[in-house]
Ligand binder design. Structure first.
Ligand SMILES: [Zn+2]
Length: 348
């Protein structure tokens, strides 16, 4: 719980009871033009926690930013306890390029936190953002989507980080479950379980956890497009978290369109991996996201113009988190993102 405070970030000033939008300069282009990120602040009239909403750290992931810009203007600050601060497009260079990574340095900005004020562009932008997050956020929700070649049902990712403390990781998991989704991924960074290559410690949510700020990733839909059901699901998820934290009086409604993304017993995945193709070709007959496959069942077929060149089958029981939508693949491309270990489901 925080007392009410006036939020100030460069030219943005939000008094308690105000909804304020503005731009914060993060860099300059070669010809001198400034580059800004948009910032939205709903500063509640009543005291309460501070929730930070972040989006587009990967520039082609659009559903989360749309959820933020749709929802926040609808929140009456008079009904809000605490403050919501949003940076829906925190990597404007990758956003402008319609791609995941920052073109100027080729880096994944989400592997650069807490950032470096003397580093490359991505590292500097991460520093500017994280300084504010560290000072002002009690909780953080980081919106992501799958890469543009993939599609998936919405899911969350939360981490167990050595050094972060069980309590902060537990609260991050609670936030993720309140947000909802068809699957929840618990990633234990203490073991040798890293599924992702690269600097996992530089993830925004990991750095938040290490700074005592419960945080998770919401993975909603596919990159490179705006999916109205995923946007609606994201809006509902923000409100559900705000309600759970005592920031918003009403529990959000669930419409028919998104009810299937809020199953009573979502699966909790504890180990994940990518499946790669060793043959080039075109992916067809992909097993859809959200399905369980038994060992030996078909994940997808790789075909060429003369016939089937390869059947990719499950080498163990698995759960399809994401399937490939954009069919052409070269050797070594990912055809599927799967869970290979999960907790026993309550519904058997
Ligand atoms: Zn992402």
């Amino acid at each position: 719980m925080r007392e009410n405070f006036t939020f100030v970030w460069e030219d943005i000033k939000a008094e308690p009871g105000q909804f304020v939008t503005g731009n914060v300069k993060v860099a300059e282009l070669s010809h001198g033009s400034p580059v800004y990120i948009p910032v939205l602040v709903v500063n509640g009239a009543k005291p309460g926690p501070s929730l930070w909403l972040n989006g587009a750290v990967h520039g082609d992931e659009l559903n989360g930013p749309m959820a933020i810009r749709n929802l926040l203007p609808k929140l009456d600050p008079g009904k809000v306890s605490g403050i919501v601060i949003a940076t829906p497009i925190c990597n404007p260079f990758a956003f402008q390029a319609r791609q995941k990574n920052t073109p100027q340095d080729g880096l994944d900005m989400d592997m650069q936190f807490p950032g470096d004020p003397r580093g490359t562009l991505s590292q500097r932008m991460a520093h500017v953002l994280f300084e504010q997050v560290r000072e002002h956020a009690d909780y953080l929700l980081d919106f992501h989507a799958l890469g543009t070649p993939y599609d998936a049902l919405p899911y969350t990712v939360f981490k167990r980080v050595p050094g972060a403390g069980d309590d902060v990781c537990d609260r991050a998991e609670r936030m993720a479950r309140v947000f909802g989704g068809t699957a929840h991924c618990r990633v234990d960074l203490s073991g040798n379980l890293n599924e992702l290559p690269g600097n996992v410690k530089g993830f925004l949510d990991v750095q938040c956890l290490l700074n005592g700020i419960p945080s998770f990733m919401a993975e909603i839909g596919s990159g490179g497009q705006i999916q109205p059901d995923m946007v609606e699901f994201g809006e509902r998820g923000i409100l559900a978290i705000m309600h759970d934290l005592g920031m918003w009086p009403e529990h959000p409604a669930t419409t028919e369109r998104i009810a299937r993304y809020l199953p009573e017993h979502p699966v909790t995945l504890t180990r994940r991996k990518f499946l790669y193709t060793d043959r080039g070709g075109i992916v067809v007959d992909s097993a859809p996201s959200g399905t369980f496959l038994k060992k030996g069942e078909l994940v997808c077929r790789i075909v060429d113009m003369f016939g089937t060149v390869k059947e990719v089958v499950a080498e163990e029981d698995l759960y399809i988190i994401a399937h490939r939508d954009n069919p052409p693949v070269d050797t070594g491309d990912r055809v599927s993102f799967v869970g290979v270990e999960w907790e026993e489901r309550a519904d058997g």
